[in-house]
Design a binder for this molecule. Structure first.
Ligand SMILES: Nc1ncnc2c1ncn2[C@@H]1O[C@H](COP(=O)(O)OP(=O)(O)OP(=O)(O)O)[C@@H](O)[C@H]1O
Ligand SMILES: [Mg+2]
Length: 317
C-alpha cells in the first residue's frame, strides 16, 4: 500500500526547484499590503470552491459561485443542495485557514472536520463520519478497500505523511496524500472535495499557496489517479505542480516590483529572436521544463523563461 515508484523524480526536479524558488521569493519579499492579500485570498477561495464543486458535478458557474458567496443571493434554477455545497465548501476553506500554520501536523480529526463541513445539511448522517459499507468509484480501475479496513488505513496514512519515510518533498507528499486518501475512499461521498481541501494543509503549512485542481483538467485528473492506482505518480505530480505554479504566479504577479510579463506562447513566438516555434515551447511548458502556466486553454510564459532554458541547455552541453 505504501510503496511508490519514484523514477519520475529526476525529470521533475527542475520544476520542483522552480516552485521552491518562487515560494522563497514570496516569503522573502516585502509583504503585499493586507488589502491586496485579502483580495487574492478571497478570489482564490471562490475559484477553489467553484472548481472543486464543479469537478464533483455542481453546476454553479464561477460567477454564480461568486454571487452566492459575496452577495449571499440564491441563483434561480440551482437546487438548494448546490447552494449548500457552495457555502459549505467556503466555510471549509475558512476552517482550513484557521487551523493551518507552519507547525501544523496532519491529524485525522481535521480530515473528518473538513468532511463535516463539506456535507453539512446535505448528508448529515454521513458528514464527518467514515463509511461503514462498500463503495465503488465510477470509471476507476480498482475497488476501494473494505469498510472494516478504512479506519486502520487512514491511521496508517496519517503516520506515513507525518513521518515521511521516503523523504518526499512537500509537493510530492501532498500528491501522494491526495491519491492515497481517495484510494482508501474513507467516506460514502465527498472524498474528492475533502482531499482537495486537506492536501492544501500540507502545502500551506510550509508557505505555499493552495493548489487548485481545475475543472477543465478533470479528465486529466482522473487519468492521473488511474495511473497512481498502479503506483505511478508522475501524471498526478505534474498536475499538482501545474496547479501550484498557477497560484504561486497569481501572488507573484501581484507584487509591485514584478517585471516579468507572462504572455501567450502564440504571441511570444512572434517576437524577434525567438529560436523556437509554438509547438516546441508549448511542449516545454506542458512538461514543466520552463516557467509557464495555463489559463483557460492557453499556456502563458515569459521571454526570460525561454531564455533561461536556452542558457541552461548550453551550460549542460
Ligand atoms: N480512477 C480513480 N482512482 C482513484 N480515485 C479516483 C478515481 N476517479 C476519481 N477518484 C477520486 O474520487 C473522487 C470522487 O469521490 P466522491 O464522490 O466521494 O467525492 P466527491 O467530493 O463527492 O466528488 P468529487 O470528488 O467528484 O468532487 C474524485 O474527485 C477523485 O478524487
Ligand atoms: Mg460524490
Amino acid at each position: 500500500m505504501w510503496e511508490i515508484d519514484l523514477t519520475y523524480r529526476e525529470e521533475l526536479q527542475t520544476t520542483f526547484d522552480r516552485l521552491y524558488e518562487k515560494k522563497q521569493v514570496l516569503q522573502t519579499s516585502r509583504p503585499l499590503p493586507n488589502i491586496a492579500l485579502n483580495k487574492i485570498r478571497e478570489s482564490l477561495s471562490i475559484e477553489w470552491t467553484y472548481n472543486s464543486n464543479s469537478i464533483e458535478g455542481n453546476t454553479m458557474s464561477l460567477r454564480e459561485t461568486q454571487m452566492v458567496l459575496q452577495e449571499g443571493i440564491t441563483v434561480k434554477g440551482k437546487s438548494l443542495r448546490e447552494h449548500f455545497e457552495t457555502h459549505n465548501h467556503d466555510k471549509a476553506i475558512d476552517y482550513l485557514f484557521s487551523i493551518v500554520n507552519d507547525e501544523y501536523k496532519l491529524r485525522s480529526i481535521d480530515i473528518l472536520s473538513l468532511h463535516g463541513f463539506v456535507l453539512r445539511s446535505i448528508e448529515d448522517d454521513f458528514a464527518g463520519r467514515i463509511r461503514n459499507g462498500g463503495v465503488r468509484i465510477t470509471g476507476a480501475n480498482f475497488v476501494p478497500p473494505n469498510a472494516n479496513r478504512v479506519s486502520d488505513l487512514l491511521d496508517e496514512l496519517i503516520v506515513f505523511i507525518n513521518e515521511n519515510p521516503l523523504q518526499l518533498n512537500d509537493i510530492e507528499l501532498a500528491t501522494v496524500f491526495h491519491h492515497k486518501l481517495v484510494y482508501i475512499h474513507p467516506f460514502f461521498d465527498g472524498n474528492g472535495r475533502t482531499v482537495r481541501l486537506a492536501m492544501n494543509l500540507l502545502l500551506m503549512r510550509c508557505g505555499f499557496p493552495p493548489a487548485i485542481i481545475l475543472k477543465n483538467d478533470r479528465k486529466k485528473y482522473y487519468e492521473a489517479l488511474n495511473q497512481a492506482n498502479k503506483g505511478n505518480y508522475q501524471k498526478l505530480t505534474v498536475l499538482m505542480t501545474q496547479a501550484l505554479e498557477r497560484t504561486l504566479n497569481i501572488y507573484l504577479n501581484a507584487m509591485p516590483d514584478n517585471d516579468k510579463e507572462y504572455i501567450e506562447i502564440s504571441n511570444l513566438v512572434k517576437e524577434p529572436d525567438m529560436p523556437y516555434g509554438q509547438e516546441y515551447i508549448s511542449l516545454l511548458a506542458r512538461q514543466g521544463k520552463i516557467d509557464a502556466y495555463k489559463e483557460g486553454r492557453n499556456w502563458l510564459t515569459t521571454r526570460e523563461a525561454v531564455e533561461d532554458y536556452i542558457l541552461n541547455r548550453k551550460r549542460k552541453r
